[in-house]
Design a protein around this ligand. Structure first.
Ligand SMILES: *Cc1c(COP(=O)(O)O)cnc(C)c1O
Length: 356
């Protein structure tokens, strides 16, 4: 039976958060750590301890063969002072699905959730209270065994770190330009596209860099075989609103199954939108645009919640939307999701987990 050790000293000073929080640059004082070793009964050594660097052997399997997965979720200080997390059990479920795909041993989801809630309780002063701010939670799980032979590691580490973050768009919810690429591929069916694993992000960096150079903030990936179907954007899923339907690419194994995506689908169903998960070709999107049947496109993900698209470029074709104002549906979804997260709107689906 795994037990949580809490190795906490008296806090010497009060937490003081900087004025401007840059995403993922500063960390709370404590982390949750747990080790895996078959010879020690699997996952063990679960501890909440002071944030510290990790010592790794240069032959650690993660450095050579990339057995590494992560998650991303947030804790919020709500308008009435309550502390709440958005659907954390879904992130732990997905962590275990990613683990399975990358041959990493799964964790006990209830134990990890309880440990995370203990950590947040301890570090609640690190949750910023300003509007649009939150405490980003980043679990990472990786192979630590030193071995140059190619096989799955026999030892692993899970660390959950916390990072206070400001709003994703400090100047306000602003539409972003997206470049559709057919020069590179992110994932193929039966590969690892649906796992939140390190290599998928390394695979996308060159395309991302080239898009930035052209003035686009993100890349929209097409399917890896035909380069025909729309898949997802950087670290966001994508939704396309046509005149009589809202569509999002179906989960065929190449797309990260986003928790924001899942929640947006639920909200659209609640509001009686004609929402479908299906294959959407880039040609269909362009044709709808030319025929004035395309209303808006937006991305969904934990970091930005909703990200409206200002323009979409595919080869020489340019699709233009309102550059200054996000679309109506994106805005409505943004207001609803953040309303639930900050406790301003009733949580009808029981999505929030509270810390007493
Ligand atoms: C994390 C991620 C998403 C969004 O998932 P959420 O659970 O909504 O944050 C989408 N695509 C990729 C590639 C991601 O890594």
């Amino acid at each position: 039976m795994n037990e949580l050790n809490i190795d906490v000293l008296e806090r010497e000073t009060k937490v003081v958060l900087p004025e401007n929080l840059v995403f993922g640059k500063i960390y709370a004082d404590y982390v949750f750590e747990m080790d895996y070793d078959e010879d020690f009964g699997g996952w063990h050594n679960a501890t909440i301890k002071k944030f510290s660097k990790v010592e790794l052997h240069p032959a650690a399997i993660v450095l050579h063969y990339g057995q590494s997965i992560f998650e991303g979720l947030k804790a919020y200080k709500q308008v009435d002072g309550k502390i709440a997390l958005f659907r954390p059990e879904k992130n732990i479920e997905r962590l275990n699905r990613s683990a399975k795909r990358m041959c990493i041993p799964e964790v006990d989801p209830q134990f990890v959730l309880n440990s995370l809630l203990e950590l947040i309780k301890l570090e609640k002063d690190w949750i910023p209270t300003k509007p649009g701010h939150s405490l980003y939670i980043r679990p990472v799980m990786f192979a630590t065994e030193p071995l140059l032979g190619v096989r799955a590691s026999e030892t692993y580490k899970l660390i959950i770190m916390l990072s206070p973050v400001g709003p994703y768009y400090p100047e306000g919810f602003k539409p972003v330009p997206i470049l559709v690429t057919n020069k590179y591929v992110r994932a193929v069916r039966k590969g690892m596209g649906e796992a939140k694993t390190a290599g998928n992000y390394a695979a996308g960096m060159l395309a991302q860099k080239e898009a930035k150079k052209e003035g686009y903030s993100q890349v929209l990936w097409l399917d890896g075989i035909e380069q025909k179907y729309v898949e997802e954007v950087g670290a966001m899923n994508i939704f396309i609103q046509f005149k009589d339907e809202v569509a999002t690419p179906s989960l065929t194994g190449t797309i990260l199954p986003g928790i924001t995506r899942m929640s947006v689908i639920q909200l659209l169903k609640d509001w009686n939108y004609n929402i479908h998960e299906r294959l959407v070709s880039i040609d269909e999107v362009i044709e709808a645009y030319d025929n004035k049947k395309l209303i808006e496109i937006f991305g969904t993900g934990t970091a930005a919640v909703i990200s409206s698209v200002s323009k979409l470029k595919f080869n020489e074709k340019l699709l233009m939307f309102d550059e200054n104002k996000p679309g109506d549906l994106g805005t409505k979804l943004y207001e609803e999701l953040t309303g639930i997260q900050y406790g301003k709107i009733e949580d009808r689906h029981g999505w929030m987990t509270y810390i007493d």
